[in-house]
Every structure is written in structure tokens, then in C-alpha cells.
Design a protein around this ligand. Structure first.
Ligand code: SF4
Ligand code: SF4
Length: 539
């Protein structure tokens, strides 16, 4: 954890008094710990994005193109015509304030411009000035502002302090989705070369090799083989993990973090165990080696470019349907955009589980199901032998990752699985889970180190709810189904709620799964000893 960070008790002291300066004053201070570094020119060049150059947000001169203002306003006009939702969100906010205290960045920072209503107002005020008669004629009365360099810098500051989590939209009586406003704001900034490296580096890597880290096919193969070897040591069973196998029934796509990071890696072991145990005819692809799509944090065009590989690989490998693994924003893209952007995938079939006969009608258009749908269906039909006592060293709670829960409505399947594979499960308070879940504070490409203070502030409400169940029920494990969460929640909890670890749902499935022919197991997938019968008797 960075040394310059304030202590938790200092950071928890949040000043909610409104600042004295007028909200229309756009000046912001790019202070260490609260902003992200700019994208390296090589990444913009690789992706063919405009205005690659060396600059940083704290520089006075951002080296914008001479006609930057015209580019932004033209970009706005184009998007107002193209996206009905954007125009609607610019027009219909009545400033009722229902969303004001719902954003984790406002709760954790006290900065009013982190209220969703005011975040959107930063761009809405420019919309009024240039695209409405009232704003042109009576700018002060209409709440309109000139587009200046300071306003552009303010956009950059606040649109990279929004994780596009959509919690605010749940509370807006008009359904205004500030995440979509942020997406457009970031897209406009990208038109003049203003993006952050933690987004564009993975995007460039993904465009080159298919995954965020730039791992090439032979590296992908090595990683999977390593996992197979390790699993053989743990269970005594050598599983098959086919890659690029033509004619397999199912293509499995996972976030790359599952094969290069921890605790994600234990989740991968869990998938491999389940697939082996039921005898699924599947394949990974060394090219669709990333489900995650940081295009979501760049532009609609970039979402499409990065997502295209999944259907392309499904076609090349001649599979029938697709399983997607534990990832957050990957699912937002798959669920909400893939079919219309890169489909229709008429060459695929509606997913039917070969083991239970369940036909996943909900995936009729995308032909892709979430692994928690697949596994919960297996458990429901008694296809997996489970020993939940193997997870008795954990007292578990579940974090609804924003995109899986709020964006696609997957609330019950992970809970069903967890209750079957763990004996000790406790929910966090109702207003912090399911559709009201609080973001990890680091989504949408903000999970980097230079903005750690802001991440900890944004993650404060989530951590607070974890603290509640830790103190009340002794929770020591937070389960989740998002690769970003698995990477960013551990430092968040270490700071706010020490003693609580993070795991994927399929790691816990892997612990509990009793495989046919396995050697006697005494440890979980992390190598930690199962709770002994003696310890259980004293519990
Ligand atoms: S809840 Fe909706 S209408 Fe009310 S201020 Fe927020 S965005 Fe505007
Ligand atoms: S989408 Fe999430 S981060 Fe963005 S303004 Fe709404 S609540 Fe805040």
C-alpha cells in the first residue's frame, strides 16, 4: 500500500459542506492520488487514435489540436443525432436530487461534482450553450457554459472519477443513466487524444494479441498447461484443457486475469475441475483469450473492434455455443452490445446443457451463457458431488459486481451456488447488494495505482458494508464474479477491512467439488488446510 496515503481514520473524515466557489467554475487540481496518468502515445498510434503526444493532466499545456473545440462540438452533434439516449439524458433531468447521494465517489469524497446529477451537468451545460436556443440567448439563466480548455480538463477529471457503475440510474425516476453520459464524455475526450494509459494500454494489447497483457498464443498455452499441472498435484487428476480444438461443442471465454493473476487463478482451477468432472466437450481459444473489453471505457467503436474476436473464433472453431466466465464489464458488452454490434450469430445454436437438457432461452440472441448459469443448473440437477464443509474455514459474503448484477440482472445464480458449496454465508445490508450494490471503486479502467486515494474513497461504501458483516458474523471472505473486483478489492479491504480476503465463486466450487478418482484432499485450491473435524467441533 502506497506510503503517502492518509490513515483510514483520516480518509473517513469526509467534509460534505458545499464549496464556496460557483459550480460553473471549472478549475480542478490534479493532485497526486486522485487522477490517472495520460495514455502513452505509442498506444494511441497503435490504435489509430488522434493526437498522440507526450503530456500529463497536471501540465498546463495539454497540447490539444488547434481546432480541438470544433472537434468536440462536432463530436457532440454527431452523438446527439446518433444516440437518442444521450439527447434524452441531456434534456430530461429535473434536478430532483434523488441520485445525488447514491454515487460511491460522492459518498467517499464529499465533492459535489461527484454527485451524478452534477457530473452530467458538466457536459449538459455545454450542450445547453451550443445546442439549445435558451442556452445561446440566456446562458446564465439556462445554466449554460462556454466550452473552454478548463472545462475540458474538468471533464477529464470527473469522467475518470466515474466507474460507469450505473448505481445512480437505479434511483433516478426518469431512468437517466449517468454511466452513458460518462461514456460519451470519455469518447469526446478521446477525439482530441485525452485518455488514460490504464485503459488504452490493455486496449492496444488486446487489439494486437487478443488479451490485455499482450500474451501471445504460446504464452496462453503455457499458462493453461501450468494450471493443469498444478491441479494434478492438488487432486491427483490430470484434466484436459483443449485450446483451439475445432468442432468442440462449446467455446469458453474468460478474462485474461484468470490465467495470470491471483486470486483469479484459483477460479480458473475451479472451471477446469467442473468441465472435467461432467465431461464437457469444450475448447478455449488462444485468440479470443480475453473476455474483458476496455473498449467500453474508450468508445463504442472500440467496443465493437475488441468484441469481434469472440464470434469470429466461435465461427472458426465451429462450436455450437459459448460459455463466458467470471468477469464484470465483459458481461456488460456481451449482454448489451455483442449481438447487435457483431451479430447476429445465426451460425450458433441456442445453448442447451448436454447434461441437464436445460435450454437457455435467455441466450437466444447472443448464444452465450454465463458460467454461473451453467454451474447452478448442474447443481440444481444433482450433477456435481459437493462437500461444502471443505469451505468451512471461510465465512463468506457475496459482492454483486456492478455489471453482472445491475447491467444483466444475475442475482440468484451465484447465491444459489454459494449456498450449496459453503456452510457459512451471510448477506451484506440490503441497500448495498443486488441492484443497489456498491461499486469496488476501481472499475471502468480506474484500477491503477496513481489514483489509489480516489479508489479507496470510491470503495469506502462497499468496504463499510463488508466491515458490517465481518464485525457481526465473522466474515473472512468476499466472493465475487468480476476480474477487476478480484484485482482491486484486496487492497481496498486490506486498507479498510483487514482480515477479509477475496475469491471467485468457482474457486469455492473447486474446493467443494468431490471429483471421481481424486486423491484424498486436505487443502483447498490455495493450499490452505481444510478445517479439521476437531476444529469444527469447537467452532
Ligand atoms: S435523479 Fe435523475 S432527474 Fe433527478 S437529479 Fe438525478 S439524474 Fe436528474
Ligand atoms: S455511474 Fe456510478 S460512478 Fe458514475 S456517477 Fe453513477 S453512481 Fe457514480
Amino acid at each position: 500500500m502506497a506510503e503517502h496515503l492518509p490513515k483510514p481514520e483520516e480518509l473517513a473524515h469526509i467534509d460534505y459542506r458545499p464549496p464556496r466557489k460557483d459550480w460553473r467554475d471549472p478549475r480542478v487540481e490534479f493532485r497526486k492520488g486522485v487522477f490517472c496518468y495520460s495514455a502513452a502515445p505509442k498506444n494511441l498510434e497503435y490504435l489509430g487514435l488522434p493526437n498522440p503526444r507526450k503530456w500529463q493532466p497536471f501540465d498546463k499545456d495539454w497540447k490539444l489540436p488547434p481546432n480541438w473545440k470544433q472537434i468536440i462540438l462536432e463530436g457532440m452533434r454527431e452523438r446527439l443525432e446518433k444516440y437518442r439516449s444521450f439527447r434524452l439524458f441531456m434534456d430530461i433531468c429535473v434536478r430532483c436530487g434523488a441520485c445525488a447521494d447514491k454515487c460511491h465517489f460522492f459518498v467517499g469524497s464529499g465533492d459535489p461534482k461527484n454527485m451524478p446529477v452534477l457530473r452530467a451537468e458538466l457536459i449538459r451545460s455545454v450542450y445547453r450553450r451550443y445546442f439549445t436556443a435558451a442556452g445561446r440567448l440566456f446562458p446564465n439563466l439556462a445554466g449554460a457554459r462556454e466550452l473552454t480548455e478548463d472545462v475540458l480538463k474538468e471533464w477529464f477529471y470527473y469522467f475518470y472519477q466515474c466507474t460507469e457503475c450505473r448505481r445512480c440510474s437505479v434511483f433516478c425516476p426518469y431512468g437517466i443513466d449517468t454511466a452513458e453520459v460518462t461514456m460519451i464524455g470519455r469518447e469526446l475526450l478521446t477525439l482530441v487524444g485525452c485518455n488514460i494509459n490504464w485503459v488504452l494500454e490493455p486496449v492496444a494489447n488486446c487489439y494486437r494479441t487478443g488479451n490485455h497483457l499482450g500474451i501471445q498464443p504460446h504464452g496462453f498455452k503455457d499458462s493453461i498447461e501450468f494450471a493443469v499441472g498444478e491441479l494434478a498435484e492438488i487432486t491427483g487428476i490430470r484434466v484436459e484443457a483443449p485450446i483451439n480444438k475445432k468442432g468442440a461443442e462449446v467455446l469458453v471465454v474468460m478474462p485474461s486475469a484468470d490465467y495470470f493473476g491471483t486470486p483469479h487463478y484459483f477460479t480458473l482451477l475451479g472451471y477446469l475441475m467442473v468441465f472435467h468432472e461432467i465431461g464437457l466437450d469444450y475448447t478455449f481459444s488462444a485468440f479470443a483469450s480475453e473476455g474483458g473489453n476496455f473498449g467500453l471505457f474508450t468508445s463504442h467503436e472500440m467496443i465493437k473492434r475488441l468484441n469481434a474476436k469472440i464470434y469470429a473464433e466461435a465461427k472458426r472453431l465451429k462450436v455450437k455455443w459459448i460459455i463466458g466466465c467470471e468477469c464484470g464489464h465483459m458481461w456488460r458488452v456481451l449482454h448489451q452490445y455483442m449481438d447487435t454490434m457483431n451479430g447476429p450469430a445465426d451460425f450458433l445454436e441456442i445453448p442447451i446443457s448436454p447434461f441437464t437438457g436445460t435450454r437457455f432461452e435467455n441466450a437466444r440472441s447472443t448464444k452465450m451463457i454465463h458460467i454461473s448459469e451453467f454451474t447452478s443448473d448442474l447443481i440444481h440437477h444433482g450433477k456435481l458431488r459437493l462437500d461444502p464443509s471443505r469451505n468451512d474455514h471461510w465465512t463468506v459474503t457475496y459482492h454483486d459486481s456492478c455489471n453482472i448484477s445491475r447491467a444483466m440482472g444475475l442475482f440468484e445464480e451465484p447465491r444459489y451456488i454459494l449456498k450449496k458449496v459453503c456452510n457459512n454465508f451471510h448477506e451484506m445490508p440490503e441497500n448495498t447488494i443486488r441492484e443497489q450494490t456498491f461499486c469496488c471503486g476501481s472499475g471502468s479502467g480506474l484500477g491503477t495505482d496513481e489514483n489509489l486515494e480516489m479508489r479507496l474513497r470510491g470503495g469506502f461504501p462497499r468496504a463499510n458494508a463488508v466491515k458490517y458483516v465481518r464485525d457481526r458474523f465473522g466474515v473472512n471472505l468476499l466472493a465475487c464474479m468480476c476480474a477487476i473486483d478480484k484485482a482491486t478489492l484486496p487492497p481496498l479491504l486490506e486498507y479498510w477491512v483487514p482480515g477479509v480476503e477475496v475469491a471467485g465463486v468457482h474457486e469455492l466450487v473447486g474446493n467443494a467439488l468431490v471429483m471421481r478418482g481424486e486423491r484424498e484432499r486436505t487443502t483447498d485450491l490455495r493450499g490452505q488446510a481444510f478445517k479439521s473435524e476437531e476444529a469444527l467441533a469447537h467452532a
